[in-house]
Design a protein around this ligand. Structure first.
Ligand code: SF4
Length: 336
């Protein structure tokens, strides 16, 4: 597979009360054509800022301090705004958590999907309406022809998220960024949307960046996962390797807190990670995770760990990577 999106050492800061607060700290992420990558982290970890950076939609108070974002070899941070418009919503589609932020309640669904088609592909209104019907059918709004004239309030939450997907697909993007696309939905509908994302990926050859706070969501959907904490990527690996042998104590804590049938915790209380994520404007010294880490060492309070290779592939930002203890690290240790 060829490189599609490459984020290299990206640092972004927000101006808060007259000082610059780091929100992303030298993050790197790679997505190949047709790939599916999960970006997982708690609220405030910086994962949505990554998406906004790629689309150059950062708020005025934000500044890119360093780094590069390349899409098919082109540096998006250097691209003139006119060319950026063909990328944003064109080559790169986006779906947000709340579908109504992307839909207008006073226009029919068919009109809104057709307008999205015409914004990127020159065609007459009749042809765009036919294309809107095809797209609604693609995202399993059926019978699509009978739903074209319906309004957003006539659709359920899950159906609205499908409509937003149809709009994101209108420009035939190569990359879809889905930012918490299922967080507002109940578990059954969530599973249906994730399944649809997987189907679209294989049918259309689409690459997907799935942003979520829920590690369980990426298990079935993504081939690779990056875990974010306090503005940094702390672990990245193939999904299976990450679930089989999580190396970073934070990842192990996240995995241990996922309910699983048959595990004794289901009957009792699930393990949680102690404490709170730090405020980005008031990061601890050394490893940002050290105040919450059960395996903290003296060095962790002073020095900041760099990314280091995991035994089973991928990388993690932890001093434990320097020792053989990582090889022996298992979810079970967190379960105790
Ligand atoms: Fe824990 Fe130290 Fe690793 Fe940070 S570097 S995650 S504090 S063991």
């Amino acid at each position: 597979m060829r490189d599609l999106l490459s984020i290299e050492n990206l640092s972004v800061a927000f101006e808060v009360g007259g000082r610059w607060v780091p929100v992303l700290r030298r993050v790197s992420l790679q997505i190949d054509e047709g790939d599916s990558v999960g970006l997982v982290g708690e609220s405030g970890s910086g994962k949505s800022v990554m998406a906004l950076s790629v689309l150059r939609l950062l708020p005025r108070a934000a500044r890119v301090i360093e780094g590069r974002i390349r899409f098919k070899g082109r540096d998006l941070l250097e691209l003139p705004e006119t060319q950026m418009r063909t990328i944003r919503g064109g080559r790169v589609g986006i779906v947000f958590q709340e579908p109504m932020t992307s839909l207008n309640p006073v226009f029919s669904i068919g009109f809104q999907v057709a307008e999205a088609v015409r914004a990127h592909r020159p065609m007459g209104s009749g042809q765009a309406r036919a294309e809107a019907e095809r797209l609604l059918d693609l995202v399993a709004i059926t019978p699509a022809g009978e739903r074209l004239d319906d309004y957003p309030h006539q659709f359920s939450g899950g159906q609205l998220q499908r409509v937003v997907l149809a709009i994101a697909l209108a420009a035939e993007p190569e990359l879809l960024i889905a930012d918490e696309p299922t967080s507002a939905l109940d578990v059954t509908v969530q599973a249906e949307i994730l399944e649809l994302l997987g189907e679209l990926r294989s049918r259309l050859g689409l690459a997907v960046l799935l942003i979520t706070h829920d590690l369980a969501v990426v298990a079935e959907t993504c081939s690779r996962v990056s875990v974010m904490y306090a503005g940094q990527i702390v672990e990245t690996a193939a999904t299976r390797d990450l679930f089989d042998a999580p190396a970073h104590p934070y990842t192990r804590g996240l995995l241990a807190s996922i309910p699983r049938l048959g595990r004794p915790e289901v009957r009792g209380q699930l393990p949680t990670i102690p404490g709170q994520a730090p405020a980005l404007g008031d990061l601890p010294t050394g490893c940002s995770f050290h105040p919450r880490c059960r395996e903290v060492m003296e060095q962790c309070r002073v020095d900041e760990p760099e990314m280091a290779r995991r035994v089973s592939g991928g990388e993690a930002r932890c001093f434990l990577m320097d020792s053989s203890t990582v090889e022996k690290a298992e979810i079970g240790r967190e379960d105790s």
